[in-house]
Design a protein around this ligand. Structure first.
Ligand code: FAD
Length: 521
């Protein structure tokens, strides 16, 4: 007999290491691979054109791979809660499979869809494969708390043992006897949309240094792994924020959408390390994947993780509201070339180095502009190809010294920091060509150049390029005092600071627990 299944692709846009899909295929006679363009998640204001292009590339690649297996991808337009009942009826579905997701919005959406499925007599099957471990197991292992210190995370992971090995992609053999019926009609109805159709102005698009898709992800992984000396010697703090080509793997966009499985990445690294001297967490590449796991765990265990208010792990800070500053930062018009070059790269290419993220995040928040990390989080969410709910929120909290990191007196200079790794300012010249004729001496501080130098460079500061919007030396001192007060207030407000404990205890059962309980019933 066998089931008629929908495999619902959301993240996890891949065939390799896709345990939910594999499990569904075990007793399946008809398979409908579906992706839903959910207007709640894919709002144009929240998701920029580069991210859209990346997603559409990933869908095209997935469709291509499915067609190699005599199947195809159905792209459904609408809200999942409204579309599924229609699809269940139309295709006479008996089983629904998907990859487990920990994001609060997605969890409650999945819960609604699971309830609808049950009402339609559809069996629901899901598997954990977006993270190295089942995040709930990590929390359980830490007595119901999310560890807020990396060392603690390492200890827990050690007791759990290495992550599960990834499983291979389905083969023609696995697809034997499985059909994907589709009609002429479906060709247009469920086609992958173009950027044009989605209302984007493609004239805005630049080159595509990081095309979406599983094939590109696996190719990029292999390219990086071939460089065994580099992989074994990798130490994140030694990589450069402003090299002209990326100094880290740029696998993050692929891991975020699941074009690359984190476990495949992990085990490929293990293979490269085998028998060789290599760096270790937290600075190694294994260490980077554990950072990901660390922030995912915090995002599940800490309520209101993407907000300051109601987030018990987060220091409450009296951030200013200043739209002019926020816009100048976003639009690369702060007058600090290092900051503006990074924001230009972000807007143009959708990826910036981790330490470049440090520089602009510190500048926006506690360093200079004193604007809430939540505002920065929104801009990153729109522009980063790797925009990830948990990692974005976690890292913004870190950089603003709100959660995890408390050495708020360590402030990045928007001038000196970039100079350490790019004395001549080649990176600035690449992204801000208006400054390219400035002598090295002034490239990080063009406003200090005498007017004769500015004229000779063909760029008058204050006219052709902005004057600095704040004086870093003055404002950073003032901000240090504001941070000091926020920290002092916190120690009065809470008898014991959450950062000093090993984690934040969950108060009420989480949605995950509720969903798990329901599934067990
Ligand atoms: P590599 O150094 O090659 O690392 C390999 C993988 O490890 C990455 O692909 C990523 O999956 C993971 N990783 C690396 N660093 C981190 C980290 N600090 N935290 C969690 N996982 C990590 N990363 C995102 O994927 N999505 C985001 O939305 C995001 N927002 C950020 C916001 C701020 C303010 C900051 C400071 C960092 C943010 N990061 C985010 C983390 C980090 O900067 C990127 O993961 C990394 O730069 C991606 O480049 P890569 O793939 O070359 O990293």
């Amino acid at each position: 007999m066998g089931h008629t299944c929908i495999h619902w692709f959301r993240k996890g846009l891949r065939l390799h290491d896709n345990p939910a899909l594999m499990a569904a295929l075990k007793d399946c006679k008809e398979l409908y691979p579906v992706f839903i363009l959910d207007p709640n998640l894919l709002d144009k204001k929240r998701v920029g054109i580069n991210r859209w292009r990346f997603l559409l590339g990933a869908l095209k690649d997935l469709d291509f791979s499915l067609r190699q297996l005599n199947s195809r991808l159905f792209v459904v337009r609408g809200k999942p809660e409204e579309m599924f009942p229609e699809l269940f009826n139309k295709w006479q579905i008996t089983k629904l499979s998907y990859e487990y997701d920990t994001e609060p919005y997605r969890l409650s959406r999945d819960q609604k869809v699971a309830t609808l499925a049950k009402e339609h007599g559809v069996e629901v099957l899901y598997r954990v494969s977006h993270t190295l471990y089942d995040i709930n197991r990590i929390i359980e292992e830490n007595n119901g708390k999310a560890p807020l210190v990396y060392k603690r995370m390492q200890a827990i992971v050690k007791t759990l043992g290495p992550p599960k090995k990834p499983i291979p992609a389905p083969t023609a053999e696995d697809m034997k006897g499985v059909k994907t019926p589709h009609s002429e009609d479906d060709t247009n109805k469920y086609a992958i949309p173009s950027l044009d159709e989605l209302g984007h102005d493609i004239a805005e698009l630049g080159e595509e240094p990081f095309p979406g898709g599983e094939q590109e992800a696996l190719r990029r992984l292999e390219e990086n792994m071939q460089n065994t000396g580099w992989v074994c010697g990798f130490e994140k703090p030694q990589t450069s924020p402003n090299s002209l080509s990326p100094s880290t793997t740029v696998l993050s966009p692929y891991v975020t959408l699941g074009c690359l499985s984190a476990r495949t990445f992990w085990w490929r690294l293990t293979e490269v390390y085998q028998g060789k001297k290599h760096s270790d967490p937290p600075v190694s590449l294994h260490g980077q994947l554990l950072w990901r796991e660390f922030f995912y765990t915090a995002s599940v265990g800490v309520p209101n993780f993407n907000k300051m208010e109601g987030n018990p792990a987060c220091i409450q800070i009296d951030w200013d509201t200043n739209n002019d500053y926020l816009t100048a930062w976003r639009e690369a018009r702060t007058g600090y070339p290092f900051i503006d070059a990074i924001m230009t790269q972000l807007k143009r290419e959708g990826w910036i180095h981790h330490l470049a993220r440090h520089a602009v995040a510190c500048f926006l928040t506690r360093g200079d502009l004193w604007i809430s990390w939540e505002e920065g989080q929104k801009v990153f969410e729109e522009l980063l190809l790797d925009g990830d709910w948990a990692l974005n929120a976690g890292n913004w909290q870190w950089l603003s010294a709100s959660t995890f990191f408390h050495q708020y007196f360590r402030v990045y200079s928007p001038v000196a920091f970039g100079r350490k790794t790019d004395k001549d300012g080649d990176y600035i010249k690449k992204y801000l060509p208006i400054l390219k004729k400035f002598p090295t001496e002034y490239i990080y501080e063009p406003w200090k150049a005498p007017s004769s130098v500015q004229k000779a460079a063909g760029c008058i500061v204050g006219k052709d390029y902005p004057l600095p919007i704040v004086d870093h030396k003055v404002i950073s001192k003032k901000n240090l005092n504001r941070m000091k007060s926020a920290y002092a207030k916190r120690s009065v407000d809470t008898e014991e600071s959450p950062s000093k404990k090993e984690g934040v205890k969950r108060k009420a059962p989480s949605v995950v627990e509720m969903l798990n309980k329901k599934a067990k019933k």
